[in-house]
Design a protein around this ligand. Structure first.
Ligand SMILES: *Cc1c(COP(=O)(O)O)cnc(C)c1O
Length: 364
């Protein structure tokens, strides 16, 4: 494929940037966005950075009816010296193409799209907050835009990248959460779309989340969709347990989303020489480990929080209190190390970090 050029149309007005202590996740967006169209036989074309603006899309566009879409979520971090860096962004673009494949959406040029994201961030560099724990959240997504309500893969698509400055996930220190083991609803099922980052998975997860929220739980622990016996994920995060000195996480099985944070946690533990394995874990075995006093730590992993410790798991009315409801030592060490690498406080022995040409730290 011939490399496209990216047209840039600068915004004439600039929005006011929120104060870094008042950033709410996903509520404010920067001045520009990246857009690219797909049609046959042109392929992906019209790559452009334009002012952030509403879309004008035919109401019959396929996205509104059958949900053929995919998305990604990653972050750019401001280091102390004012540089801006990305964390394993190429993994997100690889995954976007795997999701594309599952949803019958045409493949994108990963390198070109990463270049476009970097150029967008570079134009929006003043939007990358510098306060401790803040970052610029990057949301690439693809929607099916063909004006047709027949059920078939769309002939037209839009890839869009929007940026949102986000606050520190843990303002008052890491706080372990209470989780309900979900024994009625399922997130997805092997052979379904659970491995893909697609909106439908989220739409179908809302009901269970809404119900447990009323009972005081932060999220649900999802079990497999066939036997409802094996642990899959926690909310929209991957899940880890430390049992008798060994860290275990459910093995990728066709319904679990392969998290970039998940793979980073596994690599980090291997690097430290901490025993870690990916395997099938039944909720019954987890409960037994708890009864035996061997369930030492539990946490979710994902881009937004990095690590989210689990202080309590409730399954069929039985409570498992993990580490006295406090953040485990290893959980904390993983969190400190990954965020330390992301913000450039720590060395990056894994080459997870990629810089963006954009200096000038801005205090806001
Ligand atoms: C995005 C996502 C994750 C976490 O992936 P990261 O790449 O670590 O952010 C886990 N589970 C689900 C269902 C997800 O959508």
């Amino acid at each position: 494929m011939e490399e496209q050029t990216i047209r840039v149309q600068r915004s004439e007005t600039k929005k006011e940037k929120p104060q870094s202590d008042q950033l709410i996740f996903g509520r404010s967006f920067t001045d520009h966005m990246f857009v690219m169209d797909y049609s046959d036989p042109l392929g992906w074309h019209n790559a452009s950075i334009v002012p952030y603006q509403p879309l004008s899309i035919d109401p019959s566009s396929m996205i509104f009816h059958y949900g053929q879409s995919v998305f990604e979520g990653l972050k750019a971090f401001r280091t102390e010296s004012g540089d801006i860096q990305l964390f394993r962004a190429e993994k997100n673009l690889e995954r976007l193409n795997r999701s594309n494949d599952r949803l019958c959406i045409p493949q994108i040029d990963e390198e070109f799209t990463l270049k476009a994201i970097k150029q967008l961030i570079s134009i929006e560099k003043d939007w990358v907050p510098s306060a401790e724990g803040t970052s610029l959240y990057i949301r690439p997504f693809i929607i099916s835009t063909e004006a047709y309500i027949g059920v078939a893969p769309s002939m037209n698509y839009k890839l869009i990248v929007i940026l949102s400055p986000v606050g520190a996930y843990y303002k008052e220190g890491i706080n372990p959460v209470k989780i309900a083991v979900e024994d009625h609803y399922v997130r997805t099922v092997k052979g379904g779309t659970g491995e893909a980052k697609t909106g439908g998975n989220y739409a179908s997860s809302l009901k269970a989340q809404e119900i447990v929220a009323k009972q005081g739980f932060a999220q649900v622990l999802w079990l497999d969709g066939v036997e409802k016996k094996y642990i899959e994920e926690v909310g929209s995060m991957n899940v880890f347990f430390k049992i008798n000195g060994e860290v275990v996480t459910p093995q990728l099985n066709g319904s679990i989303l392969s998290g970039v944070t998940r793979s980073s946690v596994i690599e980090l533990l291997k690097h430290w020489g901490v025993p870690v394995s990916e395997k099938r874990i039944s909720i019954q075995d987890l409960y037994q480990a708890y009864l035996d006093g061997e369930l030492e730590e539990a946490f979710g992993s994902g881009t937004a929080a990095v690590i989210s410790p689990i202080g309590q798991l409730t399954w069929e009315g039985k409570d498992m209190i993990v580490n006295n409801g406090e953040t485990g030592e290893l959980s904390k060490r993983i969190y400190d190390t990954i965020t330390g690498i992301q913000y450039g406080h720590l060395d990056d022995p894994f080459q997870w970090i990629q810089g963006i040409e954009a200096k000038s730290p801005v205090k806001h």
